[in-house]
Write a protein that binds this ligand. Structure first.
Ligand SMILES: [Zn+2]
Length: 351
Protein backbone atom coordinates (compact mmCIF):
# COMPACT_ATOMS: atom_id res chain seq x y z
CA UNK A 1 0.00 0.00 0.00
CA UNK A 2 2.74 2.39 1.01
CA UNK A 3 4.72 1.71 -2.16
CA UNK A 4 1.63 2.07 -4.25
CA UNK A 5 0.86 5.54 -2.86
CA UNK A 6 4.50 6.66 -3.22
CA UNK A 7 4.56 5.57 -6.85
CA UNK A 8 1.32 7.34 -7.56
CA UNK A 9 2.71 10.60 -6.20
CA UNK A 10 5.95 10.27 -8.15
CA UNK A 11 3.99 9.68 -11.31
CA UNK A 12 2.14 12.94 -10.82
CA UNK A 13 5.27 14.95 -11.40
CA UNK A 14 5.15 16.05 -15.01
CA UNK A 15 8.34 18.06 -15.18
CA UNK A 16 7.81 18.82 -18.86
CA UNK A 17 6.18 22.13 -19.69
CA UNK A 18 2.46 22.44 -19.96
CA UNK A 19 1.76 24.37 -23.12
CA UNK A 20 -1.28 26.61 -23.44
CA UNK A 21 -3.44 23.93 -25.03
CA UNK A 22 -2.66 21.33 -22.34
CA UNK A 23 -3.44 23.81 -19.60
CA UNK A 24 -6.75 24.71 -21.24
CA UNK A 25 -7.76 21.13 -21.98
CA UNK A 26 -6.86 19.69 -18.59
CA UNK A 27 -8.39 22.79 -16.96
CA UNK A 28 -11.75 22.26 -18.67
CA UNK A 29 -11.88 18.57 -17.78
CA UNK A 30 -10.70 19.05 -14.22
CA UNK A 31 -13.13 21.96 -13.72
CA UNK A 32 -16.10 19.81 -14.74
CA UNK A 33 -14.96 16.96 -12.49
CA UNK A 34 -14.33 19.36 -9.60
CA UNK A 35 -17.84 20.85 -9.80
CA UNK A 36 -19.38 17.41 -9.83
CA UNK A 37 -17.40 16.06 -6.88
CA UNK A 38 -17.80 19.28 -4.79
CA UNK A 39 -21.57 18.86 -5.02
CA UNK A 40 -21.20 15.55 -3.15
CA UNK A 41 -18.52 16.49 -0.69
CA UNK A 42 -19.99 19.75 0.62
CA UNK A 43 -18.13 22.61 2.25
CA UNK A 44 -14.51 22.43 3.23
CA UNK A 45 -11.42 24.53 2.92
CA UNK A 46 -7.89 24.01 1.77
CA UNK A 47 -5.02 26.25 2.80
CA UNK A 48 -2.15 26.12 0.31
CA UNK A 49 1.34 27.43 0.99
CA UNK A 50 4.42 28.05 -1.13
CA UNK A 51 7.58 30.17 -1.01
CA UNK A 52 8.63 31.64 -4.30
CA UNK A 53 7.44 31.97 -7.89
CA UNK A 54 9.22 32.48 -11.19
CA UNK A 55 8.21 33.19 -14.79
CA UNK A 56 7.80 30.07 -16.92
CA UNK A 57 10.83 30.98 -19.04
CA UNK A 58 13.05 31.13 -15.94
CA UNK A 59 11.66 28.21 -13.91
CA UNK A 60 13.47 25.33 -15.71
CA UNK A 61 16.87 26.94 -15.13
CA UNK A 62 16.51 27.28 -11.35
CA UNK A 63 18.79 24.92 -9.38
CA UNK A 64 16.19 24.76 -6.56
CA UNK A 65 13.17 24.99 -8.85
CA UNK A 66 10.78 22.84 -6.80
CA UNK A 67 10.85 25.70 -4.27
CA UNK A 68 9.22 27.97 -6.89
CA UNK A 69 5.80 27.89 -8.49
CA UNK A 70 5.73 28.48 -12.23
CA UNK A 71 3.78 31.76 -12.52
CA UNK A 72 1.86 30.58 -15.58
CA UNK A 73 0.77 27.50 -13.68
CA UNK A 74 -0.29 29.63 -10.71
CA UNK A 75 -2.22 31.88 -13.11
CA UNK A 76 -3.97 28.83 -14.61
CA UNK A 77 -4.73 27.49 -11.12
CA UNK A 78 -6.35 30.78 -10.02
CA UNK A 79 -8.47 30.81 -13.20
CA UNK A 80 -9.42 27.19 -12.64
CA UNK A 81 -10.46 27.81 -9.03
CA UNK A 82 -12.68 30.72 -10.09
CA UNK A 83 -14.20 28.68 -12.96
CA UNK A 84 -14.96 25.78 -10.65
CA UNK A 85 -16.70 28.07 -8.14
CA UNK A 86 -14.17 27.96 -5.32
CA UNK A 87 -13.80 31.02 -3.12
CA UNK A 88 -10.29 32.32 -2.52
CA UNK A 89 -10.16 33.83 0.95
CA UNK A 90 -7.84 35.20 3.62
CA UNK A 91 -7.02 32.86 6.50
CA UNK A 92 -9.27 34.90 8.76
CA UNK A 93 -12.19 34.56 6.37
CA UNK A 94 -11.52 30.85 5.87
CA UNK A 95 -11.59 30.20 9.59
CA UNK A 96 -14.80 32.22 9.88
CA UNK A 97 -16.43 30.23 7.07
CA UNK A 98 -15.40 26.96 8.69
CA UNK A 99 -16.72 28.02 12.09
CA UNK A 100 -19.98 29.25 10.54
CA UNK A 101 -20.69 25.76 9.24
CA UNK A 102 -23.66 26.83 7.08
CA UNK A 103 -21.76 27.65 3.89
CA UNK A 104 -21.79 25.20 1.00
CA UNK A 105 -18.78 26.86 -0.60
CA UNK A 106 -15.38 25.31 -0.96
CA UNK A 107 -12.80 27.89 0.05
CA UNK A 108 -9.09 28.11 -0.63
CA UNK A 109 -6.33 30.21 0.88
CA UNK A 110 -2.86 30.82 -0.50
CA UNK A 111 -0.06 31.85 1.82
CA UNK A 112 3.54 32.67 1.01
CA UNK A 113 6.10 31.90 3.68
CA UNK A 114 9.38 33.84 4.20
CA UNK A 115 8.65 36.54 1.56
CA UNK A 116 11.36 37.39 -0.93
CA UNK A 117 11.45 40.13 -3.53
CA UNK A 118 9.42 38.03 -5.98
CA UNK A 119 6.47 38.18 -3.56
CA UNK A 120 6.33 41.90 -4.32
CA UNK A 121 7.36 41.81 -7.97
CA UNK A 122 5.57 38.72 -9.24
CA UNK A 123 3.12 37.06 -6.89
CA UNK A 124 1.02 39.87 -5.40
CA UNK A 125 0.56 41.47 -8.88
CA UNK A 126 -0.81 38.13 -10.17
CA UNK A 127 -3.28 37.82 -7.28
CA UNK A 128 -4.31 41.44 -7.82
CA UNK A 129 -5.04 40.73 -11.49
CA UNK A 130 -7.35 37.93 -10.36
CA UNK A 131 -8.83 40.15 -7.63
CA UNK A 132 -8.24 37.53 -4.94
CA UNK A 133 -6.49 37.71 -1.56
CA UNK A 134 -3.13 36.35 -0.50
CA UNK A 135 -1.58 35.87 2.93
CA UNK A 136 2.07 36.79 3.55
CA UNK A 137 3.85 35.10 6.45
CA UNK A 138 6.89 37.36 6.78
CA UNK A 139 10.25 36.42 8.31
CA UNK A 140 11.23 39.83 9.68
CA UNK A 141 14.98 39.13 9.47
CA UNK A 142 14.64 39.36 5.66
CA UNK A 143 13.55 43.04 5.41
CA UNK A 144 15.62 43.84 8.51
CA UNK A 145 18.73 42.54 6.72
CA UNK A 146 19.73 40.29 9.62
CA UNK A 147 19.44 37.10 7.56
CA UNK A 148 22.05 36.28 4.92
CA UNK A 149 19.65 34.50 2.51
CA UNK A 150 22.39 32.00 1.83
CA UNK A 151 20.19 29.51 -0.03
CA UNK A 152 19.08 32.19 -2.48
CA UNK A 153 22.71 33.31 -2.86
CA UNK A 154 23.96 29.78 -3.44
CA UNK A 155 21.24 29.13 -5.99
CA UNK A 156 21.77 32.40 -7.83
CA UNK A 157 25.52 31.75 -8.12
CA UNK A 158 25.08 28.18 -9.37
CA UNK A 159 22.43 29.32 -11.85
CA UNK A 160 24.54 32.06 -13.39
CA UNK A 161 27.90 30.26 -13.63
CA UNK A 162 29.32 27.33 -15.54
CA UNK A 163 31.54 26.33 -12.64
CA UNK A 164 31.96 27.19 -8.96
CA UNK A 165 34.67 26.70 -6.36
CA UNK A 166 33.92 24.73 -3.20
CA UNK A 167 36.80 24.40 -0.73
CA UNK A 168 39.21 25.24 -3.54
CA UNK A 169 37.85 22.53 -5.81
CA UNK A 170 36.20 23.39 -9.12
CA UNK A 171 32.73 21.93 -9.67
CA UNK A 172 31.17 22.09 -13.13
CA UNK A 173 27.70 23.65 -13.20
CA UNK A 174 27.36 24.01 -16.96
CA UNK A 175 24.18 21.96 -17.46
CA UNK A 176 20.85 22.10 -15.65
CA UNK A 177 21.39 18.53 -14.37
CA UNK A 178 24.73 19.57 -12.85
CA UNK A 179 23.19 22.72 -11.38
CA UNK A 180 20.36 20.73 -9.75
CA UNK A 181 22.77 18.09 -8.38
CA UNK A 182 25.30 20.63 -7.08
CA UNK A 183 22.65 22.70 -5.33
CA UNK A 184 21.09 19.62 -3.71
CA UNK A 185 24.47 18.31 -2.54
CA UNK A 186 25.58 21.62 -1.03
CA UNK A 187 22.22 22.20 0.62
CA UNK A 188 22.53 18.86 2.41
CA UNK A 189 26.17 19.53 3.29
CA UNK A 190 25.57 23.05 4.67
CA UNK A 191 22.34 22.40 6.55
CA UNK A 192 22.97 22.93 10.26
CA UNK A 193 24.57 25.44 12.62
CA UNK A 194 27.64 26.00 10.37
CA UNK A 195 25.54 27.08 7.39
CA UNK A 196 26.59 30.74 7.72
CA UNK A 197 30.28 29.84 7.78
CA UNK A 198 29.94 27.61 4.71
CA UNK A 199 28.22 30.42 2.84
CA UNK A 200 30.78 33.06 3.89
CA UNK A 201 33.61 30.83 2.64
CA UNK A 202 31.72 30.10 -0.56
CA UNK A 203 31.15 33.83 -1.24
CA UNK A 204 34.80 34.66 -0.57
CA UNK A 205 36.02 31.79 -2.80
CA UNK A 206 33.74 32.72 -5.69
CA UNK A 207 33.95 36.51 -5.53
CA UNK A 208 30.29 36.85 -4.53
CA UNK A 209 29.24 39.94 -2.57
CA UNK A 210 26.80 38.57 0.03
CA UNK A 211 25.25 41.98 0.70
CA UNK A 212 24.55 42.59 -2.96
CA UNK A 213 23.13 39.07 -3.24
CA UNK A 214 20.88 39.59 -0.25
CA UNK A 215 19.56 42.86 -1.65
CA UNK A 216 18.78 41.15 -4.93
CA UNK A 217 16.49 38.63 -3.24
CA UNK A 218 15.18 40.29 -0.07
CA UNK A 219 11.84 42.01 0.23
CA UNK A 220 12.14 45.48 1.81
CA UNK A 221 10.05 47.21 4.45
CA UNK A 222 9.04 49.74 1.82
CA UNK A 223 7.66 46.99 -0.41
CA UNK A 224 5.90 45.36 2.54
CA UNK A 225 4.38 48.70 3.63
CA UNK A 226 2.91 49.12 0.19
CA UNK A 227 1.57 45.56 0.17
CA UNK A 228 0.15 45.84 3.70
CA UNK A 229 -2.08 48.73 2.52
CA UNK A 230 -3.71 46.48 -0.08
CA UNK A 231 -7.03 45.06 1.17
CA UNK A 232 -6.21 41.82 -0.71
CA UNK A 233 -3.06 41.26 1.38
CA UNK A 234 -3.23 39.66 4.84
CA UNK A 235 -0.06 39.93 6.93
CA UNK A 236 1.08 37.15 9.27
CA UNK A 237 4.37 36.37 10.95
CA UNK A 238 6.96 33.68 10.25
CA UNK A 239 9.59 34.36 12.99
CA UNK A 240 12.57 36.71 13.13
CA UNK A 241 15.28 34.34 11.91
CA UNK A 242 13.51 31.23 10.60
CA UNK A 243 14.67 28.64 13.15
CA UNK A 244 13.08 25.27 13.88
CA UNK A 245 11.00 26.40 16.88
CA UNK A 246 10.86 22.99 18.59
CA UNK A 247 14.67 23.12 19.01
CA UNK A 248 14.65 26.45 20.88
CA UNK A 249 14.46 27.23 24.59
CA UNK A 250 11.11 28.73 25.65
CA UNK A 251 12.74 32.21 25.85
CA UNK A 252 14.16 31.91 22.35
CA UNK A 253 10.83 30.67 21.02
CA UNK A 254 9.02 33.56 22.70
CA UNK A 255 11.43 36.00 21.03
CA UNK A 256 10.94 34.48 17.57
CA UNK A 257 7.15 34.41 17.84
CA UNK A 258 6.53 37.58 19.82
CA UNK A 259 9.41 39.66 18.45
CA UNK A 260 8.42 39.14 14.82
CA UNK A 261 4.80 40.07 15.61
CA UNK A 262 5.86 43.26 17.35
CA UNK A 263 8.23 44.20 14.54
CA UNK A 264 5.54 43.73 11.87
CA UNK A 265 3.02 45.77 13.84
CA UNK A 266 5.57 48.51 14.42
CA UNK A 267 6.79 48.70 10.80
CA UNK A 268 3.49 48.09 8.99
CA UNK A 269 0.85 49.27 11.44
CA UNK A 270 -1.46 46.34 10.77
CA UNK A 271 -2.83 43.65 13.09
CA UNK A 272 -0.83 40.41 12.94
CA UNK A 273 -3.21 37.70 14.04
CA UNK A 274 -1.62 34.58 12.60
CA UNK A 275 1.77 32.89 12.68
CA UNK A 276 3.21 30.15 10.46
CA UNK A 277 5.81 27.77 11.90
CA UNK A 278 9.01 27.40 9.83
CA UNK A 279 9.17 23.87 8.36
CA UNK A 280 5.84 23.31 10.11
CA UNK A 281 5.71 19.53 10.48
CA UNK A 282 4.97 17.78 13.77
CA UNK A 283 8.66 17.45 14.63
CA UNK A 284 9.21 21.19 14.04
CA UNK A 285 6.50 22.53 16.36
CA UNK A 286 4.34 21.09 19.12
CA UNK A 287 2.00 21.80 22.03
CA UNK A 288 4.62 23.84 23.95
CA UNK A 289 5.09 26.11 20.91
CA UNK A 290 1.35 26.46 20.33
CA UNK A 291 0.99 27.56 23.97
CA UNK A 292 3.72 30.18 23.47
CA UNK A 293 1.97 31.43 20.34
CA UNK A 294 -1.24 31.82 22.30
CA UNK A 295 0.60 33.55 25.12
CA UNK A 296 2.17 36.16 22.80
CA UNK A 297 -1.22 36.91 21.28
CA UNK A 298 -1.75 34.97 18.04
CA UNK A 299 -5.32 33.95 17.25
CA UNK A 300 -4.22 30.88 15.33
CA UNK A 301 -1.11 29.20 13.92
CA UNK A 302 -0.40 27.55 10.59
CA UNK A 303 1.56 24.31 10.27
CA UNK A 304 2.41 22.28 7.19
CA UNK A 305 0.69 19.18 8.45
CA UNK A 306 -1.37 18.06 5.46
CA UNK A 307 -5.12 18.26 5.92
CA UNK A 308 -8.29 20.17 5.07
CA UNK A 309 -10.24 22.76 7.05
CA UNK A 310 -13.47 21.08 8.06
CA UNK A 311 -16.73 22.81 9.00
CA UNK A 312 -16.91 23.49 12.73
CA UNK A 313 -14.36 24.68 15.26
CA UNK A 314 -10.90 24.84 13.65
CA UNK A 315 -7.93 23.67 15.76
CA UNK A 316 -5.63 26.44 17.04
CA UNK A 317 -2.80 24.89 14.99
CA UNK A 318 -4.40 24.33 11.60
CA UNK A 319 -3.09 22.37 8.58
CA UNK A 320 -1.73 23.71 5.29
CA UNK A 321 -0.72 21.89 2.13
CA UNK A 322 2.60 22.85 0.56
CA UNK A 323 2.49 23.28 -3.21
CA UNK A 324 5.67 21.79 -4.65
CA UNK A 325 6.83 23.55 -7.82
CA UNK A 326 7.53 20.25 -9.56
CA UNK A 327 3.82 19.44 -9.93
CA UNK A 328 2.55 21.67 -12.67
CA UNK A 329 -0.84 20.17 -13.40
CA UNK A 330 -4.25 21.18 -12.07
CA UNK A 331 -4.90 17.60 -11.04
CA UNK A 332 -2.50 17.85 -8.11
CA UNK A 333 -4.19 20.78 -6.30
CA UNK A 334 -7.51 19.08 -7.01
CA UNK A 335 -6.25 15.95 -5.28
CA UNK A 336 -5.05 18.07 -2.36
CA UNK A 337 -8.48 19.70 -2.12
CA UNK A 338 -10.12 16.28 -2.18
CA UNK A 339 -8.01 15.27 0.81
CA UNK A 340 -5.95 12.69 -1.10
CA UNK A 341 -2.57 14.15 -0.10
CA UNK A 342 -3.58 14.20 3.58
CA UNK A 343 -4.68 10.58 3.39
CA UNK A 344 -1.43 9.62 1.65
CA UNK A 345 0.66 11.54 4.20
CA UNK A 346 -1.06 9.70 7.05
CA UNK A 347 -0.53 6.36 5.31
CA UNK A 348 3.16 7.18 4.82
CA UNK A 349 3.62 8.59 8.32
CA UNK A 350 4.70 11.94 6.85
CA UNK A 351 3.04 14.28 9.33
ZN1 LIG B 1 9.69 29.38 5.83
Amino acid sequence: MEDYISTLFQDWAPSQMLDGFDTFLSGAIVTAAARWTDAFRGARGCFFTFHRAAPRAVWPSLPNRNFYLDLDFLDALLTHLAMSGRRIVTIEEGLRLAADGTTRDTFVNFSIDDCYRDTYEEVVPLFRRHGVPLTLFVTTGIPDGTMSLCWAGLEDTIRSRDSILVDGEEIKTDTIERKLATYAALQTQWDGPAMGEHYAKFCAGNGVDPLEMREKHAITWQMLSELAQDPLVEIGSHTVSHPRISELTPEEARYELGGSRERLREKLGVPVKHFAFPYGRMKDCGPRDFAIAQEVGYEGVATTTKGLIRPGPVPYAYPRVTLNGAYRTLLVPELHMAGASAAAARALGRV
